[in-house]
Design a protein around this ligand. Structure first.
Ligand SMILES: *Cc1c(COP(=O)(O)O)cnc(C)c1O
Length: 488
């Protein structure tokens, strides 16, 4: 399959090129040139996750065929224990647990295989340089990316996390990171400072020149890259097939997915699953107080001119959802229009666009409601969900009230509650001394053992962080790389 830019349809590249480049030269995002429906989807019932994943990745990246099967088996191996994902069924709804990887968030699923796909693409494109992955993180991406690229030949990865911004667990996950090619920087500032600093490095000619001298090329691990998006299509197809297998659905039925959303990557993957034949009735787009997408789907006006609200579901605290561009292109098939609208967004922070689709429902809930929903789910199902998943559950309740739709619905669960133990204790109004205390209390309340991923970092007292300020990011990064440097 070939890929085209959302801002210029005549810009056509192979999948390996799209993966290496990340973003099109015209600023657009690469999307599949066409979507063919998969015939007889239900003949795949009973496939293991890896087997289905191989089929779907071969479908989207058919010019990289020779290496995909091994890539899948290397990505989804023992580090996910016996299951990559798990569908927990509670009658008329299910919770799709996507957080059994190393970082305990759904980002592990894409970031475990992205490095493998990049490596394949480098072989095909005969890329001479090695790659430096550079990422600013507000929490979940950092650990998942570090773990994905750890000790992978021809790659180095540097992550900048804000001193003021990430949670105790998220920080601990990053500073205890193993790997000779992983660099972890604590930036004295907030997430905006980190993101701005990293963006500046991507356009810093002198910096790129210095990297070239070391035979390094810059790349990023965010969901702009098509190789991060496509692996997420797999769990929607898998979940539909599992729901059929378990008799939750008959072949004539459709399914709903409710997705807690930030950058729109996860929803877009569900939309791509729909495009290749998963019979989806509604895609429910759930937001927190940063409800730009709710407003957009209700008014057709995207307006990012508002203050960012810091919430207890921080991975959804986003005002510009980059992957929406891919949906708008698909619905309009008009590259000139998309180019104009994205220019407007960049220049004035807003745009209106007339799109038509009955597939979507969008809404948001506030933080107090989010906490209430954590308690409601516990009372009803004796099951604890994290604040991001609780936003999705709360929005699903609003959807039910508005529509009375009886379709079987799967709530996409994006993080383990153990990543947000304090927020969970607050929701139950249980007091705690510190994070260790709240983690122990969460284990008692849920009746589940503390995940190994959490025990490992709590028992690890190493720290490989390098402290930097806004003004010396470049210098410290270059020095660290030159020294081959890691202090673990
Ligand atoms: C990143 C993230 C999200 C948002 O996903 P998008 O693909 O950016 O919409 C939701 N929940 C958690 C826990 C995340 O880490």
């Amino acid at each position: 399959m070939r890929y085209i830019s959302t801002r210029d349809k005549t810009n056509i590249v192979s999948s390996s090129k799209a993966i290496i480049q990340g973003i099109a030269e015209d600023g657009g995002l690469f999307v599949p040139e066409e979507f063919r429906k998969i015939e007889n989807l239900d003949s795949f019932i009973g496939y293991s996750y890896n087997r289905l994943c191989k089929y779907i990745l071969n479908y989207f990246f058919d010019d990289m065929k020779y290496g995909i099967d091994e890539a899948v088996d290397r990505a989804y191996d023992a580090k996910f224990k016996d299951r990559v994902i798990e569908l927990k069924d509670f009658g008329d709804i299910g919770f799709l647990e996507l957080y059994h990887g190393v970082s305990l968030s759904f980002k592990d699923i894409a970031l475990s295989i992205l490095p493998e796909l990049m490596k394949l693409a480098m072989e095909i494109e005969k890329t001479e340089e090695d790659i430096l992955i550079l990422t600013a993180t507000s929490g979940d991406t950092g650990k998942a990316a570090l773990e994905g690229f750890k000790d992978l030949e021809r790659f180095k990865i540097a992550v900048f996390f804000p001193d003021d911004g990430v949670s105790f667990i998220q920080e601990k996950q990053m500073i205890t990171q193993e790997g000779k090619n992983t660099y972890v920087f604590r930036l004295l500032g907030n997430f905006d400072d980190a993101q701005r600093g990293v963006k500046k490095l991507f356009s810093d000619k002198e910096f790129i020149e210095e990297l070239n001298k070391m035979n390094l090329k810059l790349s990023s691990a965010n969901s702009i890259n098509i190789a991060r998006l496509i692996p997420q299509v797999v769990y929607y197809v898998y979940t539909y097939l599992e729901s059929l297998r378990k008799g939750k659905l008959s072949k004539a039925d459709k399914i709903n997915f409710c997705v807690p959303t930030g950058n729109f990557g996860n929803v877009l993957a569900a939309y791509y699953a729909y495009k290749i034949g998963v019979p989806i009735n509604k895609l429910i787009i759930a937001s927190n107080e940063n409800n730009v997408l709710t407003d957009f789907f209700r008014t057709k006006k995207y307006n990012a001119n508002r203050n960012l609200v810091k919430t207890i579901s921080p991975s959804m605290d986003i005002l510009v959802s980059s992957n929406l561009e891919r949906l708008l292109f698909d619905l309009t098939n008009d590259d000139k229009l998309i180019k104009d609208k994205m220019k407007e967004l960049f220049e004035v922070g807003s745009y209106s666009i007339n799109i038509q689709s009955d597939l979507f429902f969008a809404d948001y809930i506030k933080q107090e409601e989010t906490k209430n929903n954590i308690r409601i789910v516990f009372d009803k199902y004796n099951y604890i969900i994290d604040p991001h998943t609780a936003v999705a559950y709360g929005v699903y309740q609003k959807y039910l009230n508005e529509t009375k739709d009886k379709t079987y619905t799967v709530i996409v669960s994006t993080a383990s509650p153990y990543k947000f133990p304090n927020e969970i204790m607050d929701a139950f109004k249980i007091t705690y001394k510190d994070e260790i205390d709240s983690i122990n209390k969460l284990s008692i309340l849920s009746g589940n053992e503390i995940p190994k991923q959490i025990m490992d970092i709590l028992n690890n007292h190493k720290s490989k962080e390098i402290v930097v300020s806004k003004d010396n990011m470049k210098e410290k990064l270059l020095n660290t790389i030159k020294q081959g440097g890691s202090n673990v």
